[in-house]
Design a protein around this ligand. Structure first.
Ligand SMILES: C[S@@+](CC[C@H](N)C(=O)[O-])C[C@H]1O[C@@H](n2cnc3c(N)ncnc32)[C@H](O)[C@@H]1O
Length: 319
């Protein structure tokens, strides 16, 4: 494997700036600076991949907030006919173009805000990837509703979530004003926290849902939740088709955080988040492998999870 980080390739890679998605190119070189990944895109893919058909021949894909294109590329490698990646930042679009070239696939790259794209296109797609974007949107509900309408077969939703980890949450067909108001304050009640300031030093973070909030919003967009491979990930399919309204003229507000950077910088290593993901992997039944491989995988992940836990504790003492 060629892990050479010098030469023309490395120069090109560096010129493309800070990479949020860490993954390996076919020549063995990885994105990022060689540090422990802030975000290893393969891990997220490992939760989604079992729900993606092996053969996507003739299928169309939308990857909204697609960043450097890791997920779009995976869909193309499975034979997707067309894959549209939308991201408002030039750095992401350039990285995605570079990455697609390395894998010998073609992506349609659109440099646009998700709101503007979703509110101005009439396109529909077989598969929609809505990963790591919900909380970056100032109007997440309208984008989710549009994406639900745009999905023909399946949508993958990932969001950072807070609070209420387990249990079914609160659900009633009708809440009585006043007498049921306490239920609305229950931690399991679907909610979004509005972040007026920055969150994780990122001024593109706006609304953080809890798990039940994410699910309730998906259902209310007309989606049926097929599976929850991780507490931050939903696999869903269209259930109720609400249709769409096309307005001849739509004026969309500009938005931003006063004093906040437009483009988020490199993110800090999220030790806690990775502990959670590693633990989820360790508990997950492993498919398609024999007993020895399964046992090895399970214990490797448990060990990894333990190392991350120790590292996280040490880091939190240092910070
Ligand atoms: C947390 S990253 C997730 C990237 C990728 N989907 C993944 O799961 O690895 C968020 C991505 O959304 C993009 N983004 C942020 N605000 C956006 C917006 N308003 N519309 C579309 N994309 C946005 C960012 O540029 C970034 O590429």
């Amino acid at each position: 494997m060629n892990c050479n980080r010098t030469g023309e390739f490395a120069k090109e890679l560096q010129a493309l700036g800070w990479w949020y998605q860490h993954f390996e190119f076919p020549n063995g070189v990885k994105t990022g600076g060689g540090d422990p990944p802030g975000y290893d895109a393969r891990t997220r893919w490992s939760f989604i991949e079992p729900f993606v058909p092996d053969d996507l021949t003739g299928k169309t894909v939308l990857d909204v907030g697609g960043n450097a294109g890791f997920f779009s590329i995976q869909m193309k490698l499975r034979g997707a006919q067309r894959c549209v990646l939308v991201d408002p930042f030039e750095i992401a679009i350039k990285q995605a173009g570079f990455a697609a070239k390395q894998f010998g696939v073609a992506l349609e790259l659109i440099m646009e805000d998700a709101h503007a794209y979703c509110l101005t296109t009439e396109e529909r797609f077989d598969y929609v990837l809505f990963l790591g974007l919900f909380y970056h949107l100032k109007y997440p509900g309208i984008v989710l509703d549009r994406l639900a309408e745009m999905t023909r077969e399946r949508i993958f939703i990932h969001s950072h979530v807070i609070g209420h980890k387990r249990g079914p949450g609160i659900s009633k067909p009708d809440y009585k004003r006043k007498t049921d108001d306490h239920l609305l304050e229950h931690p399991g009640f679907p909610r979004l926290a509005f972040v007026e300031a920055q969150y994780n030093e990122d001024s593109t973070n706006w609304w953080i849902p809890n798990r039940t909030g994410m699910e309730a919003m998906a259902r209310s967009a007309g989606l049926r939740i097929i599976d929850r491979p991780h507490r931050q990930i939903l696999v869903a399919a269209p259930e109720i088709y609400f249709g769409k309204q096309v307005f001849p003229k739509l004026v969309f507000p500009r938005y931003g955080k006063p004093g906040g950077a437009v483009l988020p910088g490199p993110q800090r290593y999220d030790a806690e988040g990775w502990i959670e993901i590693s633990e989820a992997i360790a508990q997950r039944p492993v498919k398609k492998t024999n007993f020895l491989v399964q046992t090895g995988w399970k214990w490797t992940n448990r060990l990894r999870s333990l190392c991350l836990k120790i590292r996280g504790r040490l880091l939190s003492k240092i910070i």
